[in-house]
Design a protein around this ligand. Structure first.
Ligand SMILES: [Zn+2]
Length: 64
């Protein structure tokens, strides 16, 4: 009688697919917005105007 029949779900902010609660998100489920790390990264990299436009050299950082 203690088994939960249904786990909470919500749509991924990036791919819009619904994903279910996972144990690793037990502590931060409310903050989770992506179904996977991949979506998280892709969404971030796809964010427009995260930085002031003008610099197209995104790899300039690696140069010391
Ligand atoms: Zn996703």
């Amino acid at each position: 009688m203690h088994a939960k029949p249904h786990l909470p779900e919500k749509p991924c902010l990036h791919c819009a697919r619904p994903f279910a609660w996972r144990k690793k998100w037990a502590r931060c489920w409310e903050e989770v917005r992506f179904c996977s790390e991949r979506c998280k990264r892709e969404h971030k990299s796809a964010q427009p105007s995260a930085h002031p436009s003008g610099h197209t050299n995104s790899r300039a950082r690696s140069a010391a």
